[in-house]
Design a protein around this ligand. Structure first.
Ligand code: ADP
Ligand code: ZN
Ligand code: ZN
Length: 753
């Protein structure tokens, strides 16, 4: 018997399949979709990982005609196969649509953490090795500041560990591209420890789950449920948009639809944004369906996720709930895929394969005759366009159940505040409302847009901005330990006291973070009780939930936080939301910024007054006339949509045209320029008129980690003809590509710098 094996190689576009002999002793274990270790290429030393994509019996004649000897498969790396013919087809589709290797696409469908070459050693053990910090983040930052830690790799590793508590060693090696040797050195230096563990990390382990029962649906809910169920009963592919204002009870609709899907003997995938994959969200599903739910979450350990994968594959659960990658869960007999907060950016993968979860979900639902249900209060403009033009079914919910009303939203002009002599970051009006809220024994959220306060260090005398020597970006200033850090390559500069250019010590930063905001509040009202939720306060496991519980149970006056506080929880006593730092959100710098800003600000505002108490929202801005903020204030998505869709029609953006971004990078700028211009000419040489190509550009950050970057943008309307044509062009380029230059292609990038 012979196995056709797809090799895992970093060589781009090498999708070739090679034949290997299956030795007698492995015959029983081989199976389509299992990973194997094989020897590949001329060098006898290089053992590679591959996936069996076909098993064939050769005829006597074929064996005779073969004029070379096949190598044996060395070992089989998987106990279970997660790849079948359908999954192979899906991987090929992803590879074609998103310009990646088939192997990269297949990796999406394997249980998490199984794809490193070295993982074979730990394959059959139940234990993982986990890396844990043994020093506090303050100590580490001090050592970085004092120069005790100076290697960029060490800093990168330690900073990553400060942000992520549960890190399995293979995830570091794969994900951060940091070698085992580096990890060992950092361990020897006393910053981390490696420990074996049998992970039992479970979002729900520490909590009692109270059973909830079905609520009597409102008229709007009943209508939506019936429409969706009709499609389910018909057992054919349909896509629906559930467009319901925040708090209109979309989740209750999901739950009741799921109940019926399960009664039909079918299964479901529920996707939520990573950030809202909290105990509260998950609990709403588990409390209805109990053990019948599997959870896939990146904060879970690799072995726990593997276990969940096994449960799903063995058909032990009917519902999978998870973030983006859960769309690839090995679940059969799907009746529905639900994508909650469908406008969320996390549904676009930012690393290879750069896929759109909604496109993949649509493919999978078609294949299984399932319904794809998208839910949002602020749908993506393209999604709403499809719904309005009848391509997908539109279901609208405009009211909150049990008479809860939408909050009143006021825009406060910060320019005027300053003219009136208030130099504080908190407006007079917000101060007043905070006091009223506290007096009524209700609670407030203060949302601080982090991007609004990214801080740079500049010289006041000569205007020099401190930049990274390796990347063309400004270094970010970290006040607590007086250091400058590059967020792209981890370059650090310490103890900055004078300007390197003119020697002046008149340096300035304009920082305000959540910590500063908390201090300011306490200066105004010393008795106020506050709690913060931001990157620093959520390092610990379950920190999000603990902070929310504390806020709720101890009736703390104000919760201060960044983007994190905008989603996934429902606190009935919150009646005031203050929104600070939105101006950089609404300063449009890429084609999708407006819809992201609208969704984000609406979402935070929607946290106010979700139960019976009336809510109030105060948004502070320098631009009260801005159309995005006006639409948020009036709770008027449609108004926003109409303006936005006109703009996109005029300028040729999604949904009218698709964008393909070709990104090139190289350490050698001259070769880069020459290759980019060669590709540009190849693209220009086209008479079909199927696409429009724009001249090459340097992105905003022209150099990252000493690699120069350039890109070429194409606009088109996706079609088979386009794909055929563009693959011809790519092949023409790739055949002569200089190896110093890398090229990648992204379909409809969410951000073009
Ligand atoms: P959304 O997902 O649209 O933001 P939720 O599903 O979180 O809204 O519902 C908001 C609140 O209304 C929740 O507290 C939920 O329990 C409640 N709710 C939903 N549907 C009903 C109903 N039919 N009757 C009473 N309360 C409901
Ligand atoms: Zn200077
Ligand atoms: Zn840098």
């Amino acid at each position: 018997m012979i196995a056709k094996v797809l090799i895992n190689t970093t060589v781009k576009n090498l999708n070739r399949v090679y034949d290997y002999n299956i030795p007698k002793e492995l015959e029983e274990q081989v199976e389509l979709g299992k990973r194997v270790e094989v020897n590949f290429g001329k060098s006898r030393k290089s053992n590679e990982e591959g996936i069996i994509v076909k098993i064939v019996d050769e005829t006597e004649e074929e064996i005779k005609n073969r004029n070379y000897e096949l190598k044996d498969i060395i070992s089989i790396l998987d106990e279970t196969s997660y790849i079948d013919e359908n999954r192979l087809k899906l991987a090929k589709y992803i590879s074609y649509m998103y310009f990646c290797n088939v192997y990269d696409a297949l990796k999406l469908m394997l249980p998490p953490g199984t794809t490193s070459k070295n993982s074979s050693k730990s394959l059959n053990t139940k234990q993982d090795t986990r890396v844990r910090l043994v020093k506090s983040s303050e100590e580490i930052n001090q050592d970085i500041e004092s120069g005790k830690i100076s290697s960029a790799k060490h800093i990168r590793l330690l900073r990553f560990l400060i942000d992520n508590e549960f890190v399995v060693i293979n995830d570091i090696i794969d994900g951060l591209n940091i070698s085992r040797a580096v990890i060992n050195t950092v361990q020897k230096n006393g910053y981390i420890t490696l420990e074996k563990f049998t992970p039992e990390v479970d979002l729900l382990e520490n909590f009692d789950i109270e059973k909830t029962t079905k609520k009597e649906p409102t008229t709007e809910q009943r209508h939506a449920i019936n429409e969706i169920l009709n499609f389910i009963y018909e057992e054919k592919y349909e896509q629906c948009l559930l467009f319901g204002v925040t708090g209109s009870g979309k989740t209750e609709v999901y739950l009741q639809v799921l109940e019926e899907v399960l009664k039909q003997g079918r299964k479901a995938i529920v996707l939520v944004p990573e950030i809202s994959l909290t105990y509260q969200t998950v609990n709403r599903f588990v409390s209805r369906f109990g053990n019948n739910v599997a959870i896939l979450h990146s904060r879970m350990s690799v072995s726990k996720r593997k276990e969940e994968y096994k449960r799903i594959k063995n058909g032990e659960v009917d519902i999978v709930i998870g973030a983006r990658s859960a769309i690839f869960a090995p679940i059969k007999n799907l009746g529905i895929v639900i994508i909650d907060e469908e406008h969320d950016g996390s549904y676009y993968s930012g690393s290879t394969p750069k896929y759109s979860t909604k496109e993949i979900a649509s493919y999978i639902c078609k294949e299984q005759n399932a319904v794809l249900l998208l839910g949002s209060a602020t749908p993506e403009i393209s999604t709403y366009y499809k719904a309005k033009t009848g391509k997908i079914k539109l279901l609208t919910m405009t009211k909150r159940p049990e008479g809860a009303t939408l909050p009143q939203i006021d825009l406060i002009d910060m320019k005027e505040e300053r003219l009136l002599g208030n130099t504080s970051v908190i407006s007079e009006r917000l101060k007043e409302e905070l006091l009223n809220t506290i007096k009524r024994k209700e609670q407030a959220l203060l949302f601080l847009n982090r991007r609004g306060y990214t801080s740079y260090l500049t010289c006041k005398d000569c205007s020099t901005i401190f930049k990274c020597p390796n990347c063309d970006v400004a270094l970010t200033y970290h006040k607590s330990n007086n250091l400058l850090l590059c967020h792209y390559c981890s370059h650090v500069e310490k103890n900055i006291t004078v300007c390197p250019k003119c020697g002046s010590n008149n340096l300035s930063t304009g920082t305000i973070g959540t910590q500063k905001l908390e201090e300011t509040l306490k200066e105004i009202y010393p008795e106020i009780t506050t709690i913060r939720m931001d990157a620093d306060s959520t390092i610990q496991k379950d920190a999000h939930q603990k902070i929310l519980d504390k806020f709720k149970n101890e009736n703390i006056n104000v919760l201060i936080g960044t983007q994190m506080i905008s989603k996934g929880h429902d606190i009935p006593n919150v009646t005031l939301v203050g929104v600070l730092g939105v101006d950089s959100l609404i300063a449009i710098n890429d084609c999708m910024a407006a819809e992201k800003a609208f969704a984000n600000i609406s979402q935070v505002s929607g946290r106010a007054g979700r139960a019976k108490l009336k809510g109030k929202v105060i948004i502070q801005t320098n631009d009260t006339e801005n159309y995005i903020l006006q639409a948020v204030k009036n709770h008027d998505y449609i108004d926003f949509y109409e303006k936005e869709i006109q703009f996109r029609k005029n300028f040729g953006f999604s949904p009218f045209l698709d964008i393909f971004l070709f990104e090139f990078s190289s350490k050698n700028f001259n070769i880069l320029k020459a290759e980019v211009s060669r590709m540009y000419n190849i693209l220009l040489n086209d008479k079909s008129g199927i696409y429009k190509v724009f001249s090459p550009k340097s992105p905003y950050v022209q150099r990252i980690n000493n690699k120069y970057r350039m890109n070429i943008l194409i606009k088109t309307k996706v079609s088979n003809e386009f794909y055929n044509l563009i693959y011809n062009k790519i092949n023409e380029f790739s055949n002569k590509r200089k190896k110093e230059v890398t090229m990648s292609v992204t379909k409809n990038p969410t951000f073009i710098s």
